[in-house]
Design a protein around this ligand. Structure first.
Ligand SMILES: C[S@@+](CC[C@H](N)C(=O)[O-])C[C@H]1O[C@@H](n2cnc3c(N)ncnc32)[C@H](O)[C@@H]1O
Length: 762
């Protein structure tokens, strides 16, 4: 495998406090480093510019002695790839703009039809090979971004819930004293020097290229922004004239937007919003500028207006820009050492020998390795096949680190496929105790089994339930991880379809599901666990609806939980208020991760401690039936169906503005589900409704707009229920042949249903 797109795109976006544009302007020397005078870059130049040449020249100017760097720079970047200006822009926009050479999508991405709800880890071999099409250039900050994070790593390892981590991780640490590039307690100096020497050429080459390219990019950007056609003086004129967007007949213009002008206008609008009183045109409001900015962001990055606005509202304008920019470049390729099979140092040495350039992901992790270049497909090396590592996004380490599973504990991973987190947990637990790895999607659960086998995990039982059925299936866990299905707004760099395929309905449907799953997670934990009693909720989404709002709902519904520190050494605090809504002050214990801030996928992590028993009337209390985690069957095996109505979500004064249920919305859900059930039984709900007094009254309580949304949501919920029903029926019908059972499975699943559905990790 050559130098791939992903591997080249290791660089983070610029730091938050220095915008892309202003930072580069600041840093740019008056004259190009090689003494060439500045040349204005036209849009045609931009598209045809050969980074190879620029990079090589600037690189040699920066470091004339480094011929190796020059040579590799040519090899790596000199394939007639597109310039920075064009990089990362959606193809369709480029096409619309009539540009000469549309940037091809890498085949793996183009073919990837899995939604972020489905695939968050990159375990397949294909993923490791999805490189090699688009060029990018790392920036100076790139190593620091992952490496520099959590430099107070000792806190992580020694902190409350991380007490066990040091001993849990079978890493070089136990055997070896300190060394620089590797963890403090890793390797002796000689060994590490060898590793570093083997790696050093690649690393220094990368640094050279990064520096050179950033300079070239900054220069180009400066020149571009100088090409302003509609910006004059101190008060830039950036607001659209109505007529500009319409043709002569008043229809929306079909002309392709000029991307350079759009970008310039975006940066200028941000500048105005940063210093509104000084820079705004007289008589124009902030709202007008914001609307213009969102509109330009939609055009430039190809977002739906709905999602662009939702994401924009999470940040101040300048930071929002950094976020949208960061979504255009992939995050670093990271592998997690499987400490059940090897040590990180050993693994690194073997991979370096195979031509992989890598280094530890940062002090905050003892098992992560960030890969910069590879001569081999990382999903097909002997070490990969032998289960020595898994390709896993750095952000996806975080929920497991927060959960901090301990040896000999019983853990539930409610939505586990494809198993990146399950297998990490098993490694931390040194294959002791028991992990129930559940996923509602049967085919994904099979992939999970594959990873479990490859990585040598032996303490895990895979099962295939709708997680809402917990704890009726089995409860009493020491810790539960709910890595919830979500909209994937944190992983847009991996799946650009999120930009346009999410609708308002998704942000009703998903939080509804997430809230239910979180209650089930909480109710599945044994509050009296001697070692645990913790729940971690995580998503790869950055929206408030799927994160703080879900957490707040759980806090409202379960007085027997409290938010506690995640123990993670980096991450931004969760919102305690958002757009006029208030959340619990303890929400600051939750952590938000953004691509532009940490060069990791967008993520959210919340950790709860369960402080008391599940309230008697709780929806998911394992009152009847089910088994405890220790395998003891409860007195009655009768099926418990969750019929608890959901209550007010917003504005009832007692539960806060977020986190509760919207009673009307839920009445509609319930009503629709009832109708769907009737239809399934072959009855016509409308005929039945006619006879019922009050049914019209209920319909009258929901206004038309709500009705339309509710119709849609309920249609989807009903379809989902139907699908789940089918899944469950199918599974029960299929059952499991005796040969598929292992001792572990049989011992742990004394409940017939569990036995039927559990798939085995041998
Ligand atoms: C974010 S992914 C999980 C990723 C996984 N934790 C990992 O680290 O590899 C969400 C998963 O939830 C599963 N899922 C969706 N709805 C579910 C439900 N009601 N019960 C259980 N699992 C569900 C999906 O099939 C998907 O695999």
């Amino acid at each position: 495998m050559g130098v791939g797109r992903r591997m080249k795109k290791q660089g983070p976006p610029p730091p938050l406090d220095e915008s892309l544009v202003s930072r580069k302007r600041k840093d740019i020397p008056a004259e190009a480093p090689n003494g060439q005078s500045k040349k204005r870059r036209t849009s045609q130049d931009t598209l045809t510019a050969k980074p190879k040449k620029t990079v090589a020249t600037r690189s040699s100017a920066l470091k004339p002695a480094n011929s190796a760097a020059k040579k590799t720079t040519k090899g790596s970047f000199g394939n007639g790839k597109v310039s920075q200006t064009e990089k990362g822009r959606p193809n369709e926009v480029r096409k619309r703009a009539g540009k000469k050479a549309p940037l091809p999508l890498p085949p793996a991405e183009a073919d990837d039809d899995e939604s972020p709800e489905d695939v968050l880890e990159g375990e397949d071999m294909d993923r490791a090979e999805e490189d090699g099409v688009e060029e990018d250039e790392p920036s100076d900050a790139d190593v620091q971004d992952l490496n520099g994070l959590g430099s107070d790593a000792s806190d992580v390892e020694d902190g409350d819930d991380f007490l066990g981590l040091d001993s849990d991780v079978v890493d070089t640490d136990e055997e070896a004293p300190k060394q620089g590039m590797w963890s403090d307690d890793e390797d002796d100096e000689d060994a590490a020097e060898k590793l570093t020497a083997a790696n050093i050429e690649g690393l220094s080459r990368r640094l050279d290229m990064r520096k050179a390219i950033e300079e070239a990019e900054a220069q180009a950007e400066l020149e571009e922004s100088a090409m302003q056609t509609n910006i004059a003086g101190d008060r830039p004129k950036v607001l659209d004239d109505e007529a500009e967007d319409e043709d002569q007949a008043g229809r929306p213009s079909l002309l392709a937007p000029d991307l350079q002008l759009l970008r310039t206008r975006i940066t200028e609008t941000i500048r105005v919003l940063d210093d509104f009183s000084k820079l705004a045109e007289p008589g124009r409001s902030r709202a007008e500028y914001t609307a213009q900015l969102i509109k330009d962001i939609c055009a430039y990055y190809s977002y739906s207006p709905f999602l662009a606005e939702k994401l924009f509202n999470l940040f101040p304008p300048r930071e929002a820009f950094a976020f949208f920019e960061a979504n255009e470049t992939p995050r670093p390729l990271v592998i997690r050492t499987n400490t059940l099979r090897t040590h990180r140092r050993e693994l690194a040495q073997k991979l370096i020998n195979r031509g992989v350039t890598l280094e530890p992901v940062g002090k905050w992790s003892k098992v992560g390795l960030q890969v910069f270049e590879s001569q081999v497909p990382l999903g097909a090396t002997p070490e990969y096949l032998a289960g020595h590592y898994i390709l896993q996004a750095a952000s996806s380490f975080l929920p497991v680190m927060a959960l901090a599973p301990q040896e000999h504990e019983r853990i539930l991973d409610m939505a586990a496929a494809p198993g990146g987190k399950t297998t990490y947990m098993a490694a931390l637990m040194k294959n002791t105790g028991c992990v129930f790895a559940n996923d509602a999607n049967k085919s994904r659960a099979k992939g999970l089994i594959g990873n479990i086998h490859r990585l040598g995990v032996k303490n895990t039982i895979v099962c295939n339930y709708d997680a809402m059925e917990f704890p009726r299936v089995i409860g009493g866990f020491d810790r539960v991880l709910l890595d919830a299905p979500c909209s994937g707004t944190g992983v847009i760099a991996k799946d650009a379809s999120v930009k346009t395929n999410k609708t308002p309905t998704d942000f009703l449907r998903l939080p509804h599901l997430q809230k239910n799953l979180l209650l089930a997670a909480i109710d599945s934990v044994d509050h009296a666990s001697k070692t645990g009693g913790y729940i971690v909720y995580s998503t790869c989404s950055v929206t408030v609806e799927e994160n703080e709002q879900v957490v707040q709902y759980a806090l409202n519904k379960r007085p027997n939980i409290k938010l506690v520190s995640t123990g993670l050494t980096f991450g931004k605090e969760g919102f305690v208020s958002y757009m006029g809504k208030k959340f619990s002050p303890s929400m600051k214990e939750t952590r938000r991760y953004y691509p532009h801030a940490y060069n990791v996928d967008g993520f959210f992590v919340a950790k709860f401690k369960k402080t008391g028993p599940t309230p008697a009337g709780a929806v998911n209390a394992p009152a009847t039936g089910g088994v405890k985690a220790n395998g003891a069957v409860k007195a009655s095996d009768e099926e418990v169906v969750d019929r608890t109505p959901v209550t007010a979500d917003e504005g009832d004064g007692t539960e806060g503005d977020f986190g509760g249920w919207d009673e009307e919305e839920d009445n509609v859900y319930i009503e629709r589900a009832r109708k769907a059930a009737l239809r399934r039984k072959g009855k016509d709900p409308r005929a039945l409704m006619k006879g019922k007094a009050g049914s019209g009254k209920q319909a009258g309580t929901v206004d038309e707009a709500e009705k339309v949304t509710a119709e849609k949501v309920d249609g989807e919920v009903a379809a989902q229920e139907e699908e789940r029903g089918r899944l469950s029926v199918k599974e029960n019908a299929v059952g499991k042949a005796p040969k598929e059972r292992s001792g572990t499975e049989v011992a742990a699943a004394s409940n017939t249903k569990v036995k039927r559905r559990a798939m085995v990790s041998r």
